[in-house]
Design a protein around this ligand. Structure first.
Ligand code: NAP
Length: 273
């Protein structure tokens, strides 16, 4: 069975390793997950030819998570709300789009023992990952939602602000964050990612006002933000669990079967070893 990842520059992706581990765990010998670098003007044709070649489906990454939508016959509710598709399933009647960052984030939150229902949640960053996280937190009954931006007043934020307000959230600046506290803090910025480790988008005085902190970054395993969370007694979770969970969720969509929680947790642990 053939699957893969469509994007523009994919050299550093660790998705093939995660999918290979899933194939081994499910005894799917002979299955493959390939990196499929694609130029923007070839996107539609590439999708069509992958379907014709018998691929079950593909993941989609930067910069195509929005661009693929016009080629799809249907888009799941979450993907439509987020405005991004990261998983496509090829069916006889056409291509169907999903967003497994949403599902993966949810599984990662539950793996760290954090339930957003009735909780005040703060999300750092306003990019694509933040949208999936915000949609999940809103759908899960967060009591309040704040997104923090360096560029709150930039007119490019209008669309994000509309999306956020649609989920009863509010956009604030890092200065305004100094007056806030909450339960769950989620980093959706690249700050602290390898090789620029040892940095965080917020300081310890902010982190200690929360009871749980999740960082979407998966390299390093413990970012500076998570280190601050750990030493202050917060529940912590890193991005590798989310990355593994979103890969497993994509396999579930393609294979129409459930991947057991223990398989997923073991793979996430192996990926962090
Ligand atoms: P992105 O589109 O580049 O957005 C990141 C956001 O972070 C930007 O909108 C920006 O918001 C903020 N930001 C960027 N540079 C910053 C800086 N130097 N200081 C403070 N804020 C900064 O990235 P993305 O695709 O949303 O991904 C965000 C992070 O999540 C990345 O590290 C990515 O690797 C990770 N991720 C992980 C998973 C997973 O499965 N674990 C999945 C998706 C993404 P403002 O301009 O509004 O401040």
């Amino acid at each position: 069975m053939k699957m893969g990842l469509i994007g523009r520059t994919l050299g550093h992706s660790c998705s093939p390793e995660i999918h290979e581990k899933i194939f081994q765990a499910l005894q799917m010998q002979g299955s493959s997950y390939e990196l499929l670098e694609t130029e923007p003007d070839k996107l539609g044709k590439r999708l069509e030819s992958l379907q014709a070649e018998g691929y079950l489906g593909v993941n989609v990454t930067i910069p195509y998570k929005r661009d693929v939508i016009p080629f799809l016959k249907s888009v799941s509710r979450e993907a439509e709300a987020i405005g991004a598709v990261n998983t496509i399933r090829f069916d006889e009647d056409g291509m169907h789009g999903f967003n497994t960052d949403y599902t993966g984030f949810g599984r990662a939150l539950s793996a760290m023992g954090a339930d957003p229902e009735g909780r005040a949640c703060v999300v750092l960053g306003t990019g694509g990952a933040a949208r999936a996280v915000i949609q999940y937190l809103a759908d899960s009954g967060a009591s309040s939602l704040l997104a923090v931006s360096r560029n709150k007043y930039d007119e490019k934020q209008c669309e994000f602000q509309t999306f956020l307000e649609g989920n009863c959230g509010k956009l604030i600046s890092y200065d305004e964050l100094k007056n806030e506290k909450g339960d769950i803090l989620v980093n959706c910025t690249p700050v602290g990612m390898y090789p620029k480790v040892g940095r965080a988008a917020v300081g310890e005085e902010i982190v200690r006002r929360f009871s749980a902190v999740m960082d979407l970054i998966y390299n390093p395993k413990e970012t500076e933000l998570l280190r601050m969370g750990r030493v202050n007694g917060l529940k912590t979770g890193n991005g590798m669990v989310m990355l593994t969970a979103q890969a497993a969720a994509a396999e579930e969509i393609w294979l129409d079967r459930v991947i057991p929680e223990d398989v997923l947790n073991r793979i996430a642990e192996e990926m962090q070893a």
